[in-house]
Design a protein around this ligand. Structure first.
Ligand code: GLA
Length: 406
């Protein structure tokens, strides 16, 4: 069932309550006292498996995580929007809802500008607002801070306008904002999980049909550990678009090679078709397609393995996913390869892999609860020794998607 956000009374954890209060105080320091101040919580996300499959109509298995973006906001009497961020204390960005909204500097404000423009474009009446963004989620760290800012800003605008919106529709509007204003041709995974995550569960999301099923992560058995490489290779943004184009090239080939089969996306291509294409399809395109087709199968199998508490198999699929992203899709980097390999050496770690778009960002590991401490220590020590950088390593539980805290 689609969930409407306004009125959603998600249970608020003590940490979220404290973070919301802190955001409210910072809002008052920035914009002054008075009026009704709302606070929206939008979580980051980590994808357990199913990488670079969302824009191929495939399956993904992400969960919402504890680090968040909090947005404190208040309605204004005129139709301007003013945005402040504790991550960029030097700017307050202002624009009017009455004129055309366009991307510009500073770049961080393009998510807010884009969401306002797309909501307006969808015919949603908006009201002026002051808003302050405050994160515990690292920006640009591969945990979807951009989707969290988009969904959070969207929810802030809808709340102040007194409008409810289905979470999937909001996700699509925010994805469009990312395409048009941040110029990233992303899929729909990040916005969907940020909007619709469920506490204690990962979400198996079918990016073709929109169907969601939730996979319980047993807290007594499992911990999800994230290790941030703290690097972000510039290459990533241009390579993302290239991978999408290569997938489309693959689809065009398979359509021609199998005129009798309805092939609309790599979701419709089988492992056998890939094997048969060897020798006639360009080798790079073949490798890209092989990753996507096998990764979709792995995401489905991992969801079923987790449901059956077969953590060994889920971990093995994560290792295969990493190898496929590294060798066939070629979106990993030495830092991610190193952390994934080191995590995999530890007792009590079922599996580890890069997560997100690649070229930096984070790895995700599935581990037994007692393995968390030794794993954290090991990764910090080894990574420091090898790269001279301290990685941010933390365990997280799956949390709820974005909600209005007050
Ligand atoms: C980024 C995009 C997502 C998805 C992942 C790769 O996070 O925003 O849509 O494509 O990369 O799985």
């Amino acid at each position: 069932m689609p969930v409407s956000h306004a009125n959603s009374a998600a249970a608020v954890s003590a940490d979220d309550r404290a973070a919301a209060d802190a955001a409210k105080q910072k809002f008052i320091a920035q914009f002054g006292e008075g009026g009704r101040i709302h606070v929206i919580r939008a979580p980051g996300r980590v994808n357990l498996i199913g990488e670079h499959t969302d824009y191929n109509d495939g399956l993904v298995l992400p969960m919402a995580i504890e680090p968040t973006v909090m947005i404190a906001c208040r309605v204004r009497e005129d139709s301007s929007v003013r945005l402040a961020s504790t991550a960029f204390p030097e700017d307050v960005v202002a624009f009017s809802l009455d004129s055309a909204i366009v991307p510009g500097e500073p770049k961080w404000a393009n998510y807010g500008r884009g969401v306002a423009a797309e909501l307006k474009g969808a015919g949603i009446p908006l009201v002026g607002m002051d808003a302050l963004l405050d994160n515990t989620l690292p920006l640009g760290g591969g945990l979807s801070s951009s989707a969290a800012i988009e969904i959070g800003t969207g929810l802030a605008m809808l709340t102040l306008a007194g409008t409810e919106m289905d979470a999937d529709r909001l996700a699509l509007i925010c994805q469009k904002a990312e395409h048009e204003f941040a110029k990233v041709p992303c899929g729909i995974m990040d916005q969907t999980i940020v909007a619709s995550g469920r506490p204690g569960h990962a979400m198996l999301f079918d990016c073709r049909s929109g169907a969601k099923s939730f996979v319980k992560l047993e807290p007594g058995d499992l911990r999800v550990v994230i290790a941030n490489t703290m690097v972000h290779h510039e290459l990533g943004s241009s390579e993302y678009g290239k991978r999408r184009a290569q997938c489309e090239e693959g689809v065009a080939y398979f359509k021609k090679a199998h005129p009798g089969v309805s092939i609309k996306a790599l979701r419709d291509v089988t492992v056998k078709m890939i094997a048969d294409a060897a020798g006639s399809l360009d080798e790079i395109i073949l490798k890209r397609c092989r990753h996507v087709v096998t990764e979709i199968a792995r995401a489905l199998e991992a969801a079923s393995a987790l449901t059956k508490a077969n953590y060994e198999r889920a971990g093995e699929l994560m290792r295969e996913s990493h190898a496929s992203l590294r060798d066939d899709y070629e979106v990993s980097c030495p830092e991610l390869d190193f952390l994934a390999a080191e995590a995999g050496k530890m007792r009590g770690v079922y599996g580890a892999r890069m997560t997100g778009g690649g070229f930096g960002g984070c790895i995700v590991a599935l581990a037994q609860p007692r393995a968390v401490e030794p794993l954290t220590e090991h990764l910090v020590r080894m990574y420091q020794e090898k790269f001279g950088i301290t990685p941010n390593v933390f365990a997280t539980t799956a949390t709820a998607g974005a909600s209005v805290i007050e």
